[in-house]
Design a protein around this ligand. Structure first.
Ligand code: M6R
Length: 608
C-alpha cells in the first residue's frame, strides 16, 4: 500500500525522502515521487514503476532543498502512470500533497472544483484534496488543510507543503497510519516507522482526526477539535537491522528462519517472572474467563487463517462455540454481539481497514475488543480495549509467515490461560501443551533443516499450473494458509480444501499428475485422510504429504513427503505450516519471481 515520507531540517531532503521510501517498498507500490522546495519553487518529480526508476531519473538533477515530501503509490483510482503518481499539486504548483487512503466523495468534489475553474491533471481521488487546500489557502497552510478535510469523506494520511510556507509541513490522518519523527534540528513524517529508523527512534503516533505541523525545530499536534493534542513520545526499541535482510536474499526467507526466535520471544512475553502464563495485563481475570459464552475472531487473509486454527484451539480449551469470519464480511453482516463474547481481531499490521471496521462495528454493539497484532502503536492496538502482541519483530515481506505462527501461538496461550481460569481445560493437557510449546522453537528448527529437500520438491512442482492443498480439522487451516502462500507469490493457481469436502466438488478438478498437498498431523484422522488421498490418487493426483514419520497410513498412500516432528493437535498448525511457507518461497524463486514484491499486493491494506 502507499507510503509517505516528509522531511524538514538542515540536511538535503531528497536523499532522505528516497531512503525513507525505500524502507517502505515492502508495502507494495507501482509509482513513486518526491517534491522538494528548491529555491522558492516546488521541484516535483514522479515516475511510474519502482523507486529505482525515480532514482535514475533524478541521478543528474537531484532537487536541492531541505524541505520535502515523498510517496510510493499503490493504485486505487487511476492506472499506475506518471501523471497519477504523487505528489499532486495545485494549478500554480505552489502546494503539493501526498495521500494514502481513499477519498470516497472525490467525484462530487471534483465536479464542484471544475465548476469553480479548477483543472485536473490526474485520474486520482487525491488530486481533489490538493485543489481543495488551494481553494481554502489564505496564507495559513494548517487552516487550509483543516478546512479541506472537513469536506472530505474517506480515509487518509496526507502530507502537504507549500512554497508560500517554506520550512513547514502539515500532515493529517484518519483511518490510515501516520507518525511524526522527532529529530535534532529536523523533524519527519512517515506512514510507517521503518522509513525513519535511520534518522530517529522517537516518534509520535498520530490519532484519527489529528493534524500536525512540523518545522525543523517544532512539532505541533492538534486533535480533531483544533486543540493541542498532547500525544506521547514513543521510543522505538527494535533495531533498524531487524528490518533489513541480514544476509538473506529475501525478507520472506529471513522471516521464515526467524520463526523459532519469534515463537520463543512471543511465548516468553506471556509468562510472568515465576514462569506462569499471564494475561492479567489485558484484564483477563477469573471472573471474565468464567463469563465467556462465545468467542468471535475476525481477520483478513493469513490473519483469518490464524483465526480458523484458533477456532479449533479455543473450542477445545474453552468449551464454547467460536465463530470466525473474514473481517470484510463481518463488517457488512448484522452480526450478533452478546454479553460474554470474547472478540479477537487479528492483524499483523494492526492497520487493515476491513478488520478495523469489523472491530468498530463490534465495539459499537457492545463488544470488548482484543486486538491481536504485531505492531505497537498501530491503529488497532489503540482502538481496542486490550492488546495481545505477537512479538515477532517487524515483518516486512508481503507474504506473512512469522506473524501467522505467532498469532496462532498467542491464541493457544490465551486459550490455555482462559481454559485454566474457567476450569474448562484439562490441567494435564495444559501442562503438556506448555511443555511442548517450550520445545516448539527447536521443532521448527528441525523442520528448517529439511530446506534442501523442500526446495528439490518445490522446484519440480513449480511447473504446475494448479496445486491443491487439503487437510482435516485443524490441518484445514494449514491447507488454506499453504495455498494462499503459494498463490500470492508464485502465481500458481491454488486452493485449499477441507479434505472431506473433496467429493462434494473439488475432486472434479483432479486430472493425471495434478499435484495435491495433503496435511496430516492428527493421528485420529490419519485413516480418514488416507482415504481422501486414495480418492484423488485414483483420479491421477500426485500426492505430497506433510506429516510426522509415524503417519504410516498417510505415507503409504502418498507419492512423496515432507516429514515434520510428532506434535499434538493444538500445537500442530504452528509447525506444519513452516514447510509450506518454504515450499511457496521455493516455487516462487524457481519461477523467477521476487517473493518480497508480489504483483498487485500490498503489505498493509489500509483501504477497503
Ligand atoms: O496486517 P494484516 O494481518 O491485517 O493483513 C491481513 C492480510 O492482508 C494479510 O495476511 C495477507 O493475506 C498477506 N499477504 C498474506 O501473506
Amino acid at each position: 500500500m502507499c507510503g509517505i515520507v516528509g522531511y524538514v531540517g538542515h540536511r538535503q531532503a531528497a536523499p532522505i525522502l528516497l531512503d525513507g521510501l525505500e524502507k517502505l517498498e515492502y508495502r507494495g507500490y507501482d509509482s513513486a515521487g518526491i517534491s522538494v522546495l528548491s529555491g522558492g519553487v516546488l521541484d516535483i518529480c514522479k515516475e511510474k514503476g519502482r523507486l529505482s526508476v525515480l532514482r535514475e531519473s533524478l541521478k543528474n538533477n537531484m532537487p536541492t532543498g531541505t524541505v520535502g515530501i515523498g510517496h510510493t503509490r499503490w493504485a486505487t483510482h487511476g492506472a499506475p502512470a506518471d501523471f497519477n503518481a504523487h505528489p499532486h499539486f495545485n494549478m500554480d504548483r505552489t502546494i503539493s500533497l501526498v495521500h494514502n487512503g481513499i477519498i470516497e466523495n472525490y467525484q462530487s468534489l471534483r465536479d464542484w472544483l471544475i465548476s469553480m475553474g479548477y483543472e485536473f491533471r490526474s485520474e486520482t481521488d487525491t488530486e481533489v484534496v490538493v485543489q481543495l487546500v488551494d481553494y481554502y489557502f489564505k496564507g495559513d497552510l494548517r487552516r487550509a488543510v483543516e478546512q479541506a478535510l472537513s469536506k472530505i469523506r474517506g480515509s487518509y494520511a496526507i502530507c502537504v507543503m507549500s512554497s508560500h510556507c517554506p520550512g513547514m509541513l502539515v500532515a493529517a490522518r484518519k483511518d490510515s497510519p501516520l507518525v511524526v519523527g522527532k529529530g535534532d534540528g529536523e523533524n519527519f513524517f512517515a506512514s510507517d516507522v521503518p522509513a525513519l529508523l535511520k534518522c530517529t527512534r522517537d516518534v509520535y503516533y498520530l490519532e484519527d482526526g489529528d493534524v500536525a505541523e512540523i518545522t525543523a525545530d517544532r512539532i505541533s499536534i492538534f486533535n480533531s477539535y483544533g486543540a493541542p493534542a498532547g500525544r506521547t513520545l514513543s521510543h522505538i526499541d527494535w533495531d533498524a537491522e531487524a528490518a533489513e535482510k541480514g544476509g538473506y536474499p529475501h525478507f520472506m526467507l529471513k522471516e521464515i528462519y526467524e520463526e523459532p526466535e519469534a515463537i520463543e520471544r512471543t511465548f516468553r512475553s506471556k509468562l510472568s517472572e515465576s514462569g506462569e502464563l499471564n494475561f492479567s495485563d489485558i484484564g483477563i481475570t477469573e471472573e471474565l474467563a468464567k463469563g465467556i459464552n462465545r468467542a468471535v475472531i475476525v481477520g483478513c487473509g493469513t490473519a483469518y487463517h490464524a483465526g480458523v486454527a484458533g477456532k479449533y484451539i479455543l473450542e477445545r480449551l474453552l468449551g464454547v462455540p467460536v465463530e470466525v469470519d473474514v473481517a470484510s464480511e463481518y463488517r457488512y453482516r448484522d452480526p450478533i454481539v452478546r454479553p460474554g463474547d470474547l472478540f479477537v481481531a487479528i492483524s499483523q499490521s494492526g492497520e487493515t481497514a476491513d478488520t478495523l471496521a469489523a472491530m468498530r462495528l463490534a465495539k459499537a454493539k457492545g463488544a470488548r475488543i482484543i486486538s491481536l497484532t504485531n505492531v505497537v502503536g498501530s491503529t488497532h492496538s489503540r482502538e481496542a480495549d486490550a492488546v495481545i502482541y505477537t512479538v515477532a519483530g517487524p515483518e516486512i515481506a508481503v507474504a506473512s509467515t512469522k506473524a501467522y505462527t505467532t498469532q496462532i501461538l498467542c491464541l493457544l496461550l490465551l486459550g490455555l490461560a482462559l481454559g485454566r481460569l474457567r476450569g474448562s481445560a484439562d490441567q494435564q493437557l495444559c501442562r503438556s501443551t506448555l511443555e511442548e510449546i517450550s520445545r516448539l522453537p527447536d521443532m521448527i528448527r528441525q523442520v528448517l533443516t529439511s530446506d534442501k529437500d523442500i526446495r528439490r520438491i518445490a522446484y519440480r512442482y513449480s511447473a504446475a499450473s494448479d496445486i491443491y492443498f487439503f487437510g482435516r480439522n485443524i490441518d484445514w487451516a494449514t491447507a488454506l494458509e499453504g495455498s494462499l502462500k503459494l498463490k500470492e507469490i508464485s502465481y500458481i493457481h491454488s486452493e485449499g480444501f477441507a479434505a472431506g469436502e473433496l467429493k462434494h466438488g473439488p475432486i472434479a478438478l483432479i486430472e493425471q499428475d495434478t499435484p495435491v498437498v495433503a496435511i496430516a498431523t492428527e493421528q485420529r484422522l490419519f485413516e480418514k485422510l488416507a482415504s481422501n488421498i486414495k480418492e484423488v490418487k485414483a483420479r491421477g493426483a500426485n500426492i505430497l504429504a506433510v506429516c510426522p514419520a509415524g503417519a504410516d497410513l498417510v505415507l503409504d498412500s502418498a507419492d512423496e513427503s515432507i516429514i515434520i516432528p510428532e506434535c499434538s493437535e493444538l500445537v500442530s498448525p504452528i509447525l506444519s505450516v513452516v514447510p509450506l511457507q518454504l515450499f511457496a518461497y521455493d516455487c516462487c524463486i524457481s519461477r523467477g519471481y521476487d517473493p518480497d514484491k508480489p504483483r498487485n499486493l500490498a503489505k498493509s491494506v489500509t483501504v477497503e
